[in-house]
Ligand binder design. Structure first.
Ligand code: GLU
Length: 447
């Protein structure tokens, strides 16, 4: 995203009703990239107007997950603390004749939708409540009914230039007037989002393409409230390998779980954002580096399929290239040290924590595996172990001598040595491992 300093202000607006998952991380990060590339501000807005489902615990977990990914918002706001602003907007919309009270129950609305469908008509709200007289309303309220409030759409095509999807038209004539305020006075998502975008001076709304049709409604509300209307960018949604959307309740790919499973934050960020773009999914050093490369034009218009195997291989590639300087504090936490050790072992890692197992090949204990039929061979090899100091040449010198003495070559020569020295049939190059293990430990393992 091109570097242009200015007054850019974006927001990421999760509903704190559970842990955020990989699909939620996509808008979180795309907004972050945009803010960074434009020297802008990043607002974290908790869409917590649904008091029954929102929890402080979820909100806190979202903050922690974003911090882990490397996102540090410039501002945090909670919609539950901003009701006065929404109330003021409601008054203005009522005054402008754009918000009207409706008294239908869910059952009544359901029956009407069914009837419309049976008649081959679109099941959109018929605006019956607009025809109610003051006396009708008084009677309904006397019956104990409380109104919910609908926004009166213009019923015209709304055009906007989407920064990702190009020119878009949403025809609000084919939509029901949206309910903005529930019977109990609580707010649905649509209005508070617009009020906050205006109040906070949001310049760009970057979110999933499931919000394109909302945008038609919201542009009308922006205009009814005197705007300004921000720019919109709707990105493709991340799906699992089967093409299904992620769900907060699914759990398994929550950012918290991926973290607990030991993935690198940068690997998760790369998967969440570069999947479904024309850029290759490959290691990047930092979020800023991705921000410098990922333009909106690179985001494809089809779905973005997440492949878990790709996350594993990306994570591994990131670790295989990780410098000792970067790894050192994390190694120290695990009681492991040594640049040589890191450089030799890092190529075997899929997750950082694998280092503990691999480091045992150097520090021990190792349970040597020696087949009965290889006992004499191993005993000969032990006797031929060269004197120290050991270098990268030691392995070749030693195995040349064993070959000459025993006539073995290839796998029958190398595999019994590997099994004896490491207790496993795969792992780092023995040539590099040998000097790290040292002669004394090798002698012990060849017994
Ligand atoms: N809370 C909404 C969501 O999670 C925000 C959508 C928006 O960015 O406007 O889908």
């Amino acid at each position: 995203m091109t570097q242009t300093p200015g007054s850019t202000k974006v927001r990421y607006a999760p509903s704190p009703t559970g842990r955020i998952h990989l699909g939620n991380a996509r808008p979180a990060l795309l907004n972050w990239f945009f803010a960074r590339a434009h020297c802008g501000q990043y607002v974290l807005r908790m869409d917590d107007t649904d008091l029954a489902r929102s929890t402080r615990e979820s909100a806190d977990s979202i903050e922690a997950d974003l911090a882990w990914l490397g996102i540090t918002p410039s501002l945090l706001v909670r919609q539950s603390e901003r009701t006065a602003l929404y109330d003021a907007a409601v008054d203005r919309l009522k005054g402008a004749g754009r918000l009207y009270p409706c008294y239908e129950t869910e059952d009544e609305l359901d029956r009407r939708r069914k009837r419309a469908r049976a008649l081959g008509k679109p099941p959109i709200y018929d605006r019956a409540a607009l025809k109610l007289s003051d006396a009708d309303r008084a009677r309904l309220e006397a019956e104990g009914r409380k109104p919910h409030w609908r926004f009166k759409l213009d019923g015209k095509p709304v055009h906007f230039e989407d920064l990702i999807k190009g020119a878009q038209t949403v025809n609000t004539a084919s939509m029901s007037d949206p309910v903005l305020v529930r019977e109990d006075g609580s707010y649905l998502y649509t209005l508070p989002s617009v009020v906050d975008d205006i109040d906070l001076g949001i310049t760009h709304v970057i979110r999933g393409e499931d919000h394109v049709s909302n945008t038609g409604t919201q542009i009308e509300i922006f205009e009814a409230l005197g705007g300004p209307v921000p720019a919109f960018a709707h990105h493709n949604l991340l799906t699992d390998a089967e093409g299904q959307g992620f769900s907060k309740r699914l759990g398994s790919l929550s950012i918290g779980d991926l973290r607990a499973q030991g993935y690198e934050a940068i690997a998760v960020a790369i998967m969440a954002t570069l999947t479904g773009t024309s850029l290759p999914v490959e290691p990047h050093a930092s979020l800023d580096e991705i921000a410098g490369k990922l333009e909106f034009s690179a985001i494809s218009h089809g779905p973005a399929r997440f492949d878990p195997a790709e996350l594993d291989s990306l994570n591994a590639r990131i670790l295989h290239a990780m410098s000792y300087q970067a790894a050192q504090p994390r190694l120290a936490e695990r009681g492991i040290a040594g640049e040589e050790l890191w450089l030799v072992l890092r190529n075997n890692l899929v997750k950082f924590d694998d280092i503990a197992d691999w480091a045992r090949l150097v520090t021990g204990p190792v349970q040597p595996v020696i087949d009965e039929q290889d006992r004499a061979f191993i005993a000969t090899a032990r006797e031929l172990l060269p004197p120290e100091p050991w270098t990268l040449q030691t392995w070749a010198d030693w195995t040349d001598a064993i070959r000459a003495a025993t006539g073995r070559k290839g796998k029958p020569l190398f595999m019994p040595l590997r099994m004896a020295l490491t207790g496993r049939h795969d792992g780092p190059e023995l040539k590099s491992l040998l000097p790290l293990v040292g002669r004394k430990a090798c002698l012990d393992r060849l017994l």
